[in-house]
Every structure is written in structure tokens, then in C-alpha cells.
Design a protein around this ligand. Structure first.
Ligand code: EPZ
Length: 436
């Protein structure tokens, strides 16, 4: 099992290239099941989760060809000429929850699907009831048997329908958006998620011949088609990776330029960070961020669906606030258990009190390096940020979580002066934990 050893105190200076978004690439890969034509995705990130989704598509019968890009990403050709299996088995789904995104495409293309329930994970029990209710609205018959969703379309083809989401759900919106593209008639998704990853998925589906309006708003209209064609689509830059490195530059008192990114993906986050004292200059495809060490001010935050402050940046922001001047109240409204980074930050001297879904962070002058343990993807990277700002040395264990969502993290940070190295230890790897 690997760990990171980090010696803090060095301000990050230089350039960090941003990769394609994990949370866009995953639904885009599922969308390749919707057509018997080839679909090429460029700017694909090289991440463990992407490999997991690729393994799942392989067993569905998708042919795949990958080539490296000069910029560090990958171009991947997917071709689901025929679907060889409509089953997504537990041993693959439990490794990567987003596997549930093959449900909508398989039902739309083949009229049947047997997909393992992903089960809960570290940050919450992560139900998929909204996915299932929505698909039933489009004519699917859904049963739960032995930990699997067994779905079929008695009429042979999904029909259009009106799906109202009581809770904003990124994954359910994506599953229904993909299924509706091949349904017979018009579908309307009400209270749909508005994340840029959904807009990116809709743009790829439109390039494949789908007829979609309203993506990026809370009401999406889809006119179903008999078939979809192929397309070439560039994956949107990863806004969570972008926000993570903005906060890494800020917490170390550095001055960093983020490249290969896009403006307009993090407006609410930048609003909060500027209020906290971070200097951020946004270009069309780059972001310049700087801050003075010890010059940050505590600011309150509540996580919300896009365009609000993203839950996937909550842990990183908490780390930043742990060394700000004053206090910050951070409220997590999306997931029920997303404060697992708190006890680890406390080991490094952070002063944080959790009351239900809110954490009161009182800024301290200095964090102190210590051995800490990663628990989930975004909590892991918040510990890396803390370690880079701390006095002394920190060991971050269980960093397989990091490999799921951050491409070349050590290389990108080292290139900006961070004192960080990856060490392979011979400690037995724990039973692989489920992923978020
Ligand atoms: C996506 O997860 C992201 N994952 C998550 O990123 C992200 O945190 C989340 O959206 C919120 O932005 C991917 O895109 C692969 P949801 P998803 O459905 O789709 C409840 C990361 O770190 N809900 O928007 O699973 C759910 O319990 C990961 O990259 C239901 O009740 O999230 C949660 O409270 C972590 N029933 C809320 O909705 C359902 O059927 C939002 O979940 C579905 C969801």
C-alpha cells in the first residue's frame, strides 16, 4: 500500500495543467452504449475510476482503443457495435459507484439491464431510488433481487415522460437524460441537476444526434430518437481539480497559474475565496491564483447543488479555513457523512467542532505535520493541502483514494516546488474499500 510523505512550508509557484473532468468522463463513457457507432472522447483523464468504468464497458462488449495525448490526457475510441451483456456485476459496481450510470443506456438500447446496487460508501448511503423511479416513469419495470436492479421494458422501447426529481441528483439526471435520448416521444426532467458535467454530457449527446434543450438549467427537454450516431467530444476540464489546486496555492501562500481549464466553472467558489482574501484572475482557459501566507480570513460556506458551492470542495475549503484568521461555519447539505477529514485535520492541530451537518472551524496559526489517514477521495486531498501548509513532515496513508480522482498529483505539485514524494510500503493493502 502506498503513502505520501510531505514536508510543509513551501509556497507553490509555477504552472499546473488541469485534466479532463472525472465526473464528466464517467457518464460520457456510459453514453457510448447508446449507439452502434464509434464515439471518441478526448482530454480523458488517466484515473483509477476511468479504468474501472472501462473494465465495465469491456464486459458489456464495448471495443476500446486508447492513445496518449501530448498534453498528458488520453484520446479513447469506444465502439459498442453490439451489446454482449446487459449485466453490470457487483464486483465491478462496488469498486466504482458511478457504474450505475450504465443502467439508463442499457435499458434504452437493449430494453433490459441487470445492474448491481452500488451499496453505500464512506460519505453516505447513496441510494439510487431517484434513478429507478425516473426510469419507471419512462416505462421500465424495475425489481430489486439479490442486491441487483433487474429492469426491463415490456413494450420493448422506453417512452417519453415527465420526471420530477424531489432532490437534485447529478447521477439520476444523467441516467434519465441518456435514457430519454432513445425513448419514443418527448421527456421533461424537472428539478434537474445543472452541473457543468451534465451540460458536457448533453453536448456530446447532441453531437451524437440527440435533441436536447435546457441542459444547464433545472428543466431539460428531450425529443427521443430511434437511433444515435457517433461523435468526437472533448471532456470538459475538471472544476473540482481546479478548485483543489486553487486552494493548494492559497494555503501555501503561493502564486500559481492553472492551465487547460475554463472560466465560469467555479463562480460561487471564487466569490467565497476572494472574500477570504485569495487573489484570483480568470482568463478564458487559465486561472492565476495567489495569496499571502497568514493573510486569509474566515468565511462561512454551505454546500449546494451547482451553481452553489460544490460538496466536492468542502473538505479542501475546510483545510484552508483551518489556518485562516477568525472562524468559519461550514455546512454540508448534500451528503450525510462528509466530515471524515475532521479528526485527521485535528491530529495536525486544526480546531474544528462538528455539530450535525455543520462544522465550526476556528483558524490556528500553524498546522503541525503528523501521520494521517485518507478516508475518501476529497478528504484525502484535503490532507495533502494541510500537509503542504504544515510545519514538519506528514504521512498520508491509504492514498489509493487519491488515485481515483487526481491524475499525476505528486508530479503536478512537485513541479510547483512542493516537497512531496510517494512511498510504497509493504503493509498489507486493506480490503479494498468501496468508493464514493
Ligand atoms: C455525483 O455523485 C458525483 N459523482 C459526486 O462526486 C458529487 O459529490 C455528487 O454528484 C454531488 O455533486 C459523480 O459524478 C461520479 P447525487 P451522485 O445523486 O450523482 C441523494 C467525487 O468526489 N440521492 O447528486 O451520486 C444522495 O444521497 C464524487 O467526485 C438520493 O437520495 O450524487 C445525495 O444526498 C463524490 N437518491 C444527493 O441526492 C438517488 O437516487 C445528491 O446525490 C440519488 C441521490
Amino acid at each position: 500500500m502506498d503513502k505520501l510523505v510531505i514536508r510543509g512550508g513551501t509556497p507553490l509557484k509555477g504552472q499546473i495543467p488541469i485534466s479532463g473532468a472525472k465526473n464528466a468522463a464517467l457518464p460520457l463513457m456510459a453514453a457510448t452504449l447508446l449507439t452502434d457507432q464509434p464515439v471518441t472522447l478526448t482530454n480523458m483523464p488517466k484515473l483509477a475510476d476511468i479504468h474501472s468504468m472501462a473494465a465495465l464497458l469491456d464486459q458489456h462488449g464495448v471495443k476500446r482503443k486508447t492513445q496518449d495525448e501530448a498534453s498528458g490526457g488520453q484520446t479513447v475510441d469506444f465502439h459498442a457495435k453490439t451489446i454482449e451483456s446487459t449485466t453490470a456485476p457487483y464486483d465491478l459496481v462496488r469498486k466504482m459507484r458511478a457504474s450505475v450510470l450504465v443502467l439508463g443506456p442499457l435499458l434504452a438500447r437493449e430494453g433490459q439491464a441487470t445492474v448491481s446496487l452500488p451499496g453505500g460508501c464512506a460519505i453516505g448511503n447513496r441510494p439510487v431510488d431517484l434513478h429507478l423511479k425516473g426510469l419507471a416513469e419512462l416505462g421500465a419495470e424495475v425489481a430489486l433481487e439479490g442486491g441487483y436492479v433487474k429492469a426491463q421494458v415490456p413494450s420493448g422501447r422506453l417512452h417519453g415522460g415527465r420526471v420530477v426529481f424531489p432532490v437534485v441528483s447529478v447521477g439520476a439526471t444523467e441516467n434519465l437524460l441518456m435514457a430519454a435520448c432513445l425513448a419514443d416521444g418527448e421527456s421533461i426532467l424537472v428539478n434537474a441537476a445543472r452541473e457543468p458535467e451534465i451540460t458536457d454530457l448533453a453536448e456530446c449527446l447532441i453531437a451524437m444526434g440527440a435533441e436536447i434543450e435546457g441542459h444547464g438549467t433545472d428543466t431539460i427537454r428531450i425529443q427521443g430518437k430511434d437511433k444515435l450516431g457517433g461523435a468526437v467530444h472533448k471532456v470538459v476540464p475538471d472544476r473540482i481539480e481546479t478548485g483543489t489546486y486553487v486552494m493548494a496555492a492559497a494555503i501555501t501562500g503561493g502564486d500559481v497559474e492553472l492551465t487547460n481549464t475554463r472560466s465560469g466553472l467555479l463562480e460561487s467558489v471564487f466569490e467565497i475565496l476572494r472574500e477570504a482574501g485569495v487573489t484570483i484572475e480568470e482568463g478564458e482557459r487559465s486561472i492565476r491564483v495567489s495569496a499571502k501566507r497568514g493573510g486569509l480570513k474566515g468565511v462561512d460556506v454551505m454546500t449546494e447543488p451547482f451553481p452553489g458551492f460544490p460538496t466536492d470542495l468542502q473538505a479542501q475549503f475546510m483545510t484552508l479555513m483551518s489556518v485562516a484568521n477568525g472562524a468559519s461555519m461550514i455546512t454540508e447539505t448534500i451528503f450525510e457523512n462528509r466530515f471524515m477529514h475532521v479528526p485527521e485535520l485535528a491530529r495536525m492541530g486544526a480546531n474544528i467542532n462538528v455539530h450535525h451537518s455543520s462544522a465550526l472551524v476556528r483558524g490556528v496559526d500553524r498546522l503541525i505535520g503528523a501521520p494521517v489517514m485518507a478516508t475518501d477521495l476529497r478528504a484525502s486531498v484535503s490532507l495533502v493541502l494541510a500537509a503542504m501548509a504544515a510545519d514538519g513532515e506528514t504521512e498520508v496513508n491509504r492514498i489509493y483514494h487519491l488515485d481515483r480522482g487526481y491524475e499525476n498529483l505528486v508530479e503536478k505539485l512537485s513541479a510547483c516546488g512542493a516537497n512531496i514524494r510517494r512511498v510504497t510500503t509493504n503493509a498489507d493493502a486493506p480490503a479494498e474499500e468501496e468508493t464514493v
